[in-house]
Design a protein around this ligand. Sequence first.
Ligand code: GLY
Length: 587
Amino acid sequence: MTTPPVLRIFALSFLLSGPFPGVILAAVPATTPAVFARDGIVASSHGLASEAGAQILRQGGNAVDAAVATGFALAVVLPSAGNIGGGGFMVVHQADGRDTVIDYRETAPAAASRGMYLGTGGKVLSGPDSSTVGWRAAGVPGTVAGLAFALEHYGSGKITWAQAIEPARRLAAEGFVVSGTTEHRLRRAAALLGQFEESKRIYLKGGSGWRAGETFRQPELAATLERLQRAGWREFYEGETARRIAAAMHREGGTITLADLKNYRIAERAPLRGAYRGYTVVTMPPPSSGGIALLQMLGMLEARDVGALRNDPAARAHLFAEVMTRAFRDRAEYLGDPAFVQVPVAQLLDPAYIRARMNSFSPNRATPSASVEPGLGRLPVSPPRESLQTTHFSVVDAAGGAVSNTYTLNGAFGCGATVPGTGILLNNEMDDFMSAPGVPNLFGLIQGESNAITPGKRPLSSMTPTLLLRSGKLFLVTGSPGGPTIINTVLQVVTNTIDLGMPPCAAVAAPRIHHQWMPDRLDYEPGALTPAALAQLRAEGHILAVSADSIGDSETIEVDPATGVRLGASDPRNGDSAAVAQTPVSH
Ligand code: GLY
């Protein structure tokens, strides 16, 4: 089986231009063959982590067993986003057709308070005491509890906790070969990681930096994983690991205590379900904004013939930008942790409401962001802040079970601090809360009350792990990293698949666009828009900008409805990503 040529995007870095080099993008035609299987596939942002999951499938594990192994392995081979010191969301589709969501998002520590990131004069702090850098930026990690819950409740029962962790422990103990992509990621983060001795020692090789081709071993992380294997998941929250985290926090002025760790709880939730052109969309509810925004956007598109716009990039980009800006406007106004704020989910997903959102749509005039009103009226709230780093993986097993999992340290390499002697890099998820009302963040998003810091609360997220079903049967497993661009990446993969009939490699690789309401700007990847399309969009009033970095990193698996064959597609934007089949099939 072959797949058609697709446009492959390579990020070319200016490696010699300093610790935070700019990135340019060039569109290069290439062919990226799908990985296909009749049994299981794992697609993740690192081939070694996909292989860890595939090994577990070969040992008789199901999709959840494999996902747990992949999640732990990414914590070793993708330290920028894979983690045990962060949190995330897992959508589980069981082989019998039942779906559930495991929310293992970080929570605000008990000592957190709404003004904790404000300095003199109410100014938002930057630097080591801020919501982005150092010990005070970390929320209570949920990943270990989330993966343990998944394995215990939705695993096959054939794979033990220790077995699921073993591929990761081996990768940490024996090391893995640093790729060019990994070298580049570590180099870009040198200014952050260099501020923390333990991080500098581990991730920057004491300052000299890791080079592609070298073997990167993490003995402290291997020892932590071994403790978890021996003593069980609670060790992270109540045992030696917990004590080390709490001691480092105490020493360094962080807020997480032993009690915070002991009190951490995952939440199991019902997924959001919607429909798009006969497909059922199963996706992430609050505290992610992703599922609601995705279903709103699909609802707005459903009334229009998106397929007919395949050869009209300007009209398609205009329609998508208008849909995006409306959904992001509502997201800004109404979304937060449902345990703390009332999220009007039913109203936001009411088909009549979604249709009415497009009453103001004009086919040839951009709607200025300033004039997009939230559809249910204004609240004294505004949007959350987010960052661009996270990672997604998708798994399908032989029986038709699946996992769509997105988890994160928030920023690349989180807060930059590693707990001494543990190899655990901590998140800076506290930055996903509002630090101060009305203050725009790095991405121009404005902050809101619904997402204010409160002890025990989960910060609002954009992570959008998603499944599509056709006649109740699994069809697509997808998701992406990328802060607010996550939602629009998932939208475009879904519409490329359904409206444009693209096979998964093409659906994932096709250049993307992004609009998030504020700032009023339509970002596009090179190759997404022709010169003529750009001119037309400008004439319609769009403010256009070529994206400074690639948009998203989608790890997607499609199940062919006719044959049941699974097609795995890893995003070509990420040099380390790969789909791995349970049983490799030769072409
Ligand atoms: N930290 C990124 C997100 O949760 O959306």
